[in-house]
Design a protein around this ligand. Structure first.
Ligand code: NAP
Length: 489
């Protein structure tokens, strides 16, 4: 972790982004409480989100905000909105990616006074979500006018970082288990990477119990028996969905803090968005933002101040004198400001029946910067997939591609539509669209497909069909680096 920026007055500088909608209110609440602890922090206010998009900045993040984060390496940020008609990419995602905050840590803990169907069961779990890869890399194409494609990119290196982060977090928080959630049974290469890396890394943490759950069952288990889980680690999209589900178990987005964590930069932010309909009405629950601030304090090594705030929040909820609308159902009992004042009043007090965990610093995984993280001793290009656009039928397409192979070193292995093999002809009952994948393999299975052969084939295909996309088929260490279509042998 890079060193923090200490000001002349000896305080740590933190970039503060108030954000949009309810952002300024929840951020103000967290700042007031943190300042009331006497934590040695100074804020550098910077902006991102709606107002920056409206200024014409396509990324939604100002350059002086980026400069500030480069300097401070610690950010406390309110939710950012994307005005309709602006912003190809969300400013949140931009911030996470710009600073390689690869881990999104989302705790979901039962709190006193917050009635839910799960009250009394002691839910206390943390979802550790990969934050920069997967479908959220946002690499999408229209393959044909009617078929969209998105790339699900999962790296071995990114996966190892998130898996190790989950185990290190478990150790730092004294937690007993880490569970991996993946869809490795269907997406054997992408989601399968999470499962295999998890199984390789887990034995190094033999003080922590670990197992793998298929993600759909994990969703079911989370609703049925959430108290069985402590730390859950998963890929980006699974984590996005299941961490929101987890926060609903403990009282909703008002109680869902998060931290985006990387080896250089830390961004504390509530899970919720800018909830514009509540902006400026002094009704919103700032707990998620306050507890995100608590995570930031621990990251800065300010463990006493963090516990002070967490104890005051839990005491306030336990007493229930001043609660926000989302907890008690109406606005009479207290607004954002009243609730914040009550927490400040309770600084120094401890809840009677609820405890705060002991925390230690998280040892962040250091895997090095080398891009070629996985090195192989053998690789072979054994074929190619060519994606074509055609409104023709499977037999005509298959026969034309087979004709193209005549006299060449490649043969047509199969043609599929959306992953289901339809040629050589079979009795599969499936609808078809205008995007097809043709798989060509070398006749000599041990041979190597040269670029010249590939380009020659592509030119021949292009003479008869519109092609959209080409994918080399490779074997690494003798193992296929590609999956088979449904029905392909
Ligand atoms: P949202 O702002 O999270 O609000 C959805 C609902 O969640 C609210 O209507 C409210 O429910 C409840 N809620 C959210 N925050 C709460 C809090 N602090 N206390 C109590 N209840 C809370 O989601 P959205 O309406 O889908 O998104 C609005 C904007 O935020 C969009 O522009 C979106 O892109 C952006 N967004 C930003 C982030 C981020 O910056 N990290 C995250 C998500 C969304 P009730 O209506 O039931 O009261």
């Amino acid at each position: 972790m890079g060193t923090f920026h200490v000001t002349e007055s000896g305080k740590t500088l933190v970039t503060l982004i108030p954000g949009d909608g309810i952002g300024p209110e929840v951020v103000d609440s967290a700042v007031r409480i943190i300042e009331a602890t006497g934590a040695p922090i100074e804020w550098e206010e910077r902006h991102a989100g709606e107002r920056v998009f409206l200024e014409g900045q396509a990324s939604g993040v100002r350059q002086d905000t980026i400069d500030s984060i480069r300097k401070t390496r610690v950010v406390m940020k309110g939710p950012l909105g994307t005005p309709v008609g602006y912003g190809e990419k969300s400013a949140n995602v931009t911030l996470r990616k710009l600073f390689e905050t690869y881990g999104n840590i989302r705790p979901a803990r039962e709190y006193p006074g917050v009635k839910t169907p799960y009250s009394g069961r002691g839910i206390d779990l943390v979802v550790v979500r990969e934050n920069v890869e997967d479908l959220y890399a946002g690499i999408e194409y229209m393959l044909t006018p009617g078929v969209a494609q998105g790339l699900k990119l999962i790296s071995r290196k990114g996966t190892e970082k998130i898996v190790r982060l989950a185990f290190e977090l478990a150790r730092a928080e004294g937690r007993e288990s880490v569970v991996a959630m993946s869809k490795a049974n269907i997406m054997k290469m992408t989601e399968g990477t999470l499962k295999s890396v998890f199984e390789q890394v887990a034995p190094e943490y033999d003080d922590i119990e670990s197992w793998h759950v298929i993600v759909d069952n994990a969703a079911h288990q989370l609703v049925k028996l959430p108290e069985q889980y402590s730390v859950l680690v998963t890929t980006n999209m699974n984590g996005d969905i299941l961490s929101d589900l987890s926060s609903a178990l403990i009282g909703g987005l008002g109680f869902a803090p998060s931290a985006n964590i990387g080896n250089e930069v830390f961004i504390a932010e509530a899970v919720h968005g800018s909830a514009p309909k509540y902006a400026g009405r002094d009704v919103i629950n700032p707990t998620a933002m306050i507890l995100s601030g608590v995570m930031m304090l621990r990251h800065l090594g300010l463990f006493d101040e963090a516990s002070l705030v967490e104890n005051a929040v839990i005491t306030t909820l336990e007493e229930g004198k001043v609660m926000t609308r989302d907890v008690v159902g109406d606005e009479r009992q207290g607004g954002t400001i009243g609730y914040t004042n009550e927490i400040i009043k309770n600084l120094g007090r401890k809840p009677t029946a609820w405890t705060v965990r002991e925390y230690a610093p998280i040892k962040l995984p250091q895997l090095g910067d080398a891009p070629d993280f996985v090195k192989v001793t053998s690789r072979q290009v054994c074929g190619v997939d060519i994606f074509i656009e055609s409104a023709s039928d499977k037999i005509s397409i298959g026969q034309s591609l087979e004709r193209i192979c005549e006299g060449r070193d490649l043969y047509l292995k199969m043609v599929d539509s959306r992953g289901t093999m339809l040629y050589p002809p079979n009795d599969v009952m499936t609808d078809t669209v205008d995007a097809w994948r043709a798989r060509f393999m070398l006749r000599d299975d041990a041979g190597e497909l040269s670029d010249a052969q590939l380009i020659d084939l592509l030119q021949a295909v292009a003479a008869e069909h519109m092609w959209a996309h080409v994918e080399k088929l490779q074997r690494f260490e003798g193992e296929d680096g590609f999956t088979k279509a449904q029905g392909e042998d």
